[in-house]
Structure formats: structure tokens, C-alpha cells
Design a protein around this ligand. Structure first.
Ligand code: NAP
Length: 293
């Protein structure tokens, strides 16, 4: 069994990005610039956004954090987004979700310039991904693809079972795995809450990708011998032995499933660390006008 080390892979990706930024600057170019919008004071969202800004600093990007109170009106927020759309110095924009109830995240996405949508959530980027055209890929599925690629995991002709169909993980990874580009070329089954006899599907998986948010959902009897298992789930569970009182648990019963696998991601330290790196990668691609001119 080989552990798919997301932390190490993420560090490698960030070093490659930093080296490219150094080269761009040495040639007189400008640093890629990411703008992040945060509305309100949710602790989790503030931590996520701060980590993204810190990661920008690490690789030599410029970053702008626009933090608004949760009393900002939808109209005022849309106006700010339009200003960023027009600002030629800003290459990428992310709006941290969730937004307060009075602001429609659909409207926010639609107002955003898809050429700056480095989260890959705008309908244009989603549509282009489905059509196999160059697009910003959502960070978590993009990170999974990087893990598969960098560990040289053979996906062609394999049966990939994806559990979970959210717009940010399950649905995009199932589309990417079915595409005629590698990693991909797999035969894909998507499972969700209404799937009857989940185990009968997961047991057929050569590659099992789980993005549900139910700790320990996947037990050893649900996994085929030699399978590749990617656990996206991250749920905080109480842990009195830790000073902070909690730890992260994945959707897979790691201890009992790992001995059956050829490859498996740990939680934490698997898919998680790659998400920020892939956001940086999308921002670099935006600055280099690699996806859209
Ligand atoms: P989500 O939007 O809540 O979607 C969960 C999916 O799981 C839904 O499609 C749901 O089905 C399905 N589901 C729920 N119970 C099920 C069951 N018993 N059997 C089969 N399918 C079931 O969640 P998400 O945003 O995709 O996130 C999933 C997990 O990944 C969470 O733990 C989240 O924290 C984690 N995550 C981690 C990262 C990262 O590490 N960077 C990034 C994103 C998400 P229905 O569609 O039928 O409701």
C-alpha cells in the first residue's frame, strides 16, 4: 500500500509555481495577483481566506483581501465585483462561500468575469470543462487529478466509482475521470444519497473517490482488494486527547481500508493540502493568459 502524500505533492507544486513567478519577475513581468472577497465574520471562512492570502505570499503572488461586513447589500457587492472585473492588475478573483442569505451566490458568480474565475465555479468554466475545452478546473478535483498524475496511477479503462455529486467535488471529478484525456479514460459510476446498495457499487471500483462528509462511511468490506482510494471527506470530530478538542476524519475507515488498497490518501494530509495549491496554479494560468487571452 502506498500513501498518496498530498502535503508533499502540494509543496512540490508550490515550489514549481514560486520558481515560475521568480522567472516572470526576472524578465520584468508582473506578479500574478489574486483578489479574495470575504463577507462577514464566520471563523472557518476567515481562516480559509487567510490561508489563501498567506499561500499567495509564499509563492510571490500579489494578493488583495476585500473584507466586508455582513450588512453589505447585494448590489454593493456586485458593484465591487464589476470593479475587479475591470481592474487589469487583478488576474484572479475568488468569493469565499457561503455568503449571507440576502446575497445570491448565483448572481455573484454570473457577474464575475469568467476569465478571472480561478475557483472554476462560473457556468462558462463548468460548461467548458464538460465540453473538454480549456477552462479553470475547480481546485479540489484538479488536486485529485494532480495526485493521480504525479503518482503515475493508471486510470485508462478502469472503473471509477465516485460517491457524492456536489458541484465542487463529486460532479466535476466524475466528468474529468470520464474524459478522453489522462488521467481519465475511466468508466465512471456516480453514487449519491438515493443510491440503492452503495456497497455493491463501491466494491466494483478500481478507483474509489469519496466526497460525502460522513466519517467512516466507507468500511473495509465495501472496498475491492488493490483499489485506489481517494478520500475527500474532512469532518471535525471530537477528540479529547487533542488540545483543540477535535481532529479531522475522512469518509473512509482508513485503519481497516488501507491494508486492502494499492494507494490511499490519508486525512488529513491527502487531498486537503492540494486545494490551495491548485487555486494558485489557476491564478498563475490566469496571469499567463493560458486559458483565455
Ligand atoms: P456536499 O455538497 O454536502 O455533498 C455531499 C454529497 O454526498 C451529496 O451529493 C450527497 O448526496 C452525498 N451523500 C450524502 N450522504 C450519502 C450517503 N449516505 N451515501 C452516498 N452519498 C451520500 O459536500 P461537498 O462539498 O462535496 O464535500 C464533501 C466532503 O468533502 C466534506 O467532508 C467536505 O468537508 C470535504 N471537502 C474537502 C475539501 C478539501 O479537502 N480541500 C474540499 C471540498 C470538500 P445528495 O446529492 O443525494 O444529497
Amino acid at each position: 500500500m502506498t500513501l498518496l502524500d498530498g502535503k508533499k505533492t502540494s509543496e512540490a507544486i508550490q515550489s514549481e509555481i514560486a520558481a515560475e513567478v521568480t522567472e516572470i519577475k526576472a524578465k520584468g513581468g508582473k506578479a500574478p495577483h489574486l483578489a479574495a472577497i470575504l463577507v462577514g465574520k464566520d471563523g472557518g471562512s476567515m481562516t480559509y481566506v487567510n490561508n489563501k492570502v498567506l499561500a499567495c505570499e509564499r509563492v510571490g503572488f500579489a494578493s488583495t483581501l476585500l473584507h466586508y461586513g455582513d450588512d453589505i447589500t447585494e448590489e454593493a457587492l456586485l458593484t465591487k465585483i464589476k470593479e475587479i472585473n475591470e481592474n487589469p492588475d487583478i488576474d484572479g478573483l475568488i468569493v469565499q462561500l457561503p455568503l449571507p442569505k440576502h446575497i445570491s451566490s448565483d448572481k455573484v458568480l454570473e457577474v464575475m468575469d469568467y476569465k478571472k474565475d480561478v475557483d472554476g465555479f462560473h457556468p462558462v468554466n463548468v460548461g467548458r470543462m464538460v465540453a473538454g475545452l480549456p477552462a479553470y478546473l475547480p481546485a479540489t478535483p484538479y488536486g485529485i487529478m494532480q495526485l493521480l498524475e504525479r503518482y503515475n496511477i493508471d486510470t485508462k479503462g478502469k472503473h471509477c466509482v465516485v460517491v457524492g455529486r456536489s458541484n465542487i467535488v463529486g460532479t466535476p471529478i466524475s466528468i474529468l475521470m470520464s474524459k478522453c484525456t489522462l488521467p481519465g479514460e475511466a468508466t465512471v459510476t456516480i453514487c449519491h444519497r438515493n443510491t440503492v446498495d452503495l456497497a455493491s457499487h463501491t466494491r466494483q471500483a478500481d478507483i474509489l473517490i469519496v466526497a460525502v462528509g460522513k466519517p467512516g462511511l466507507i468500511t473495509a468490506d465495501m472496498v475491492k482488494e488493490g483499489a485506489v482510494v481517494i478520500d475527500v471527506g474532512t469532518t471535525r470530530v471530537t477528540d479529547a486527547t487533542r488540545e483543540r478538542g477535535w481532529r479531522l476524519r475522512g469518509d473512509v475507515d482508513f485503519e481497516n481500508v488501507a491494508p486492502k488498497c494499492s494507494y490511499i490518501t490519508p486525512v488529513p494530509g491527502g487531498v486537503g493540502p492540494l486545494t490551495i495549491s491548485m487555486l494558485l496554479k489557476n491564478t498563475l494560468r490566469a496571469a499567463k493568459k493560458e486559458v483565455y487571452s
